[in-house]
Design a protein around this ligand. Structure first.
Ligand code: ZN
Length: 258
């Protein structure tokens, strides 16, 4: 099943669901009880929000050996976790804004896990029970600031630096899904999720050993080789087999209104 979020007629975020090229309302929430109402709109007429509003976005650094190699660093001995703030999250179709502080913005195409059930000390073999589904993430990074700041908070944390979407797919085998990333139709990244160093159950077990995972939390599982620059005017498409396509344009951040 595919869950979406959109703005309803009162401009409030609401959950919906997708059936082929149609979308319908959801009574309730995918994180508790829900009822699917008859699909009533064409999917391409629905303005999608990010499919979830997470309390935290947990990211994994260097989880593909190919990406660690292109930055000349080793694969870490434990998962290397960091956060993106929830304020960075945008949906498919929303522009990524290049902030004035950076001269080097890069894309990182990633499989994103959406937590469905709260948990602490989740054993790897029970991780599946805590997953609602999967979506596509782009861990947009100001590479120059990531390098010059000792912490990654700023380089990873600007508004719009966490596109998620287009929806949550509950029916996916994440062990061997093809990820591709195109910028203006030029292929930049292509890899299978089977190349991950730490598997999704291992990441959930490790993260939940020190923090409670809550419904709606998102884990970005790391990016394969091929990260590269984004410029104003670019359009970026990240495709994950079995989920769909996350599309975003790139613009300069609009002038600050003070
Ligand atoms: Zn990343």
């Amino acid at each position: 099943m595919r869950f979406i979020r959109y703005l309803d007629q009162n401009k409030q975020p609401a959950f919906g669901w997708v059936l082929e090229d149609k979308a319908g309302r959801l009574e309730g929430s995918p994180f508790s009880e829900y009822r699917r109402l008859e699909p009533e709109w064409n999917l391409d007429q629905v303005k999608l929000l990010a499919p979830v509003n997470p309390s935290k976005v947990i990211c994994v650094g260097r989880n593909y050996a190919s990406h660690a190699r292109e930055h000349n660093v080793d694969v870490p001995e434990l998962p290397l976790l960091f956060f993106k703030p929830p304020s960075a999250v945008i949906g498919s179709g929303h522009p990524i804004y290049i902030p004035p502080q950076s001269n080097r913005i890069e894309h990182e195409a990633e499989l994103a896990v959406v937590i469905g059930k709260s948990g602490r000390w989740i054993p790897a073999e029970k991780a599946r029970e805590h997953i609602l589904g999967y979506t596509i993430g782009n861990d947009v990074t100001a590479r120059d600031l990531q390098r010059s700041d000792k912490q990654w908070t700023r380089g990873k944390g600007f508004d719009t630096f966490c596109p998620l979407g287009p929806w949550i797919e509950t029916n996916l085998d994440p062990a061997d899904a093809l990820i591709t990333c195109r910028v203006n139709d030029e292929m930049r990244q292509m890899a299978s999720t089977r190349e991950m160093v730490y598997t999704i159950p291992q990441l959930i077990a490790y993260a939940s050993s020190f923090m409670t995972l809550s419904p709606g939390d998102v884990i970005l599982t790391g990016t394969p080789a091929g990260v590269g620059p984004l410029q104003a005017g670019d359009s970026i498409e990240i495709d994950i087999e079995g989920i769909g396509v996350l599309r975003n344009s790139v613009k300069l951040e609009p002038a600050r209104s003070t």
